[in-house]
Design a protein around this ligand. Structure first.
Ligand code: AQP
Length: 320
């Protein structure tokens, strides 16, 4: 099965990116034909610095490979290295109702926060639809925030097929229970633009400090607490074994514990969890030629598939 997903090189990846999406890429790479890309064209809507975008793009490749994405099993590439995607975006754009894009939350949210909304941000879901459809993708592993965009891709594919005949496969989103919406240090969705992230890589001491600053409620220590609605508990659950999760849940319900201890447990569990990836990232940093070669090979493979699907779509709508 063709599985595809992408990650934006907009800064350092966080726990939400990993537990919502990247972990799925790795779990699915053994038994599927995985296509994973670094969405540098999407990132252009926020990163307006050429050197930074190049660095973030390389960083994202290092991050994904360090976390376990294996180029021998899956195809890893940079979005802009497949120009066919931009051509398909235009074809899809001509059949995209404005209202559909106006309802998309990425645009709506950013606009409500007073951030500048340009046409790139507004039409982002169409580029994302092209990203998905051009590889005949069937399954798209993502976090909850992207489900709506995958629905847009399905809608656009369905309406193109209806108008011009069967051309595109209809993709489906795939999310994970418990980690489709990882909370940030303030309890809101963990998000680079909300400044509430916990990074996967970086200085361990600094990350520990960030963990110790996670907001908690102000109820007395001895009060029993319901674990399910508590974002610190949700973060603990990302790393702990089912038995440890049960023990922690029982402790919450009994009351009489300190949030500081839970934070320390989260810090220790996360450090152990990512230790191997950190070591692997250092090795990859010393072998950048291999990383560049992987991205070149990945783009060549992705272009072959993309060229076929683009031609199919062009023929269908009368451009060839
Ligand atoms: N908090 C999250 N919980 C679960 N999944 C998440 N994802 C992002 N945040 C969470 C998923 O990570 C994948 C890559 O996302 P992206 O590169 O598009 O990053 P993003 O959505 O731009 O991440 P941010 O931090 O939320 O950035 P801003 O603030 O710019 O929007 C996707 O599958 C996403 O669902």
């Amino acid at each position: 099965m063709r599985v595809l997903s992408g990650i934006q090189p907009t800064g350092r990846p966080h726990w939400g990116n990993f537990f919502g999406a990247i972990r799925q890429y790795i779990d699915l790479q053994d038994d599927n034909d995985g296509f994973y890309f670094i969405a540098d064209m999407h990132a252009l809507t926020t990163v307006r610095d050429a050197a930074a975008l190049k660095q973030y793009t390389l960083d994202a490749a290092l991050d994904l490979m360090a976390l376990g994405l294996d180029p021998k099993k899956a195809t890893l590439f940079v979005q802009s290295q497949v120009p066919e995607v931009s051509e398909l975006t235009w074809l899809l754009m001509t059949g995209t109702p404005m209202g559909l894009l106006e309802r998309c939350h990425a645009y709506k949210d950013k606009k409500e926060k007073g951030l500048n909304a340009d046409a790139g941000l507004f039409t982002y879901p169409v580029l994302m639809a092209a990203d998905i459809l051009i590889y005949d993708s069937e399954v798209v592993p993502v976090g909850q925030d992207q489900i709506q965009h995958i629905e847009v891709a399905r809608d656009l594919a369905g309406s193109f097929n209806h108008t011009f005949g069967e051309t595109f496969k209809l993709p489906k989103a795939k999310t994970l229970d418990h980690s489709a919406k990882v909370p940030g240090t303030d309890g809101e969705k963990m998000s680079k633009s909300y400044n509430n992230t916990l990074p996967l890589f970086g200085n361990v001491k600094q990350i520990r400090k960030q963990i110790m600053r996670i907001t908690t409620d102000s109820r007395a220590m001895e009060d029993p607490k319901e674990p399910e609605g508590d974002h610190l508990f949700q973060l603990y659950r990302l790393f702990a074994s089912p038995e440890d999760v049960e023990t922690m849940a029982a402790m919450y319900r009994r009351g009489g514990f300190g949030y500081g201890d839970v934070k320390k447990a989260v810090a220790e569990a996360s450090e152990t969890y990512f230790a191997e990836a950190r070591a692997r990232r250092e090795e990859l940093e010393a072998n950048l030629d291999y990383v560049h070669e992987t991205l070149r090979d990945g783009a060549a493979r992705a272009r072959e598939v993309a060229a076929d699907v683009l031609l199919r779509a062009q023929k269908a709508c009368g451009l060839r």
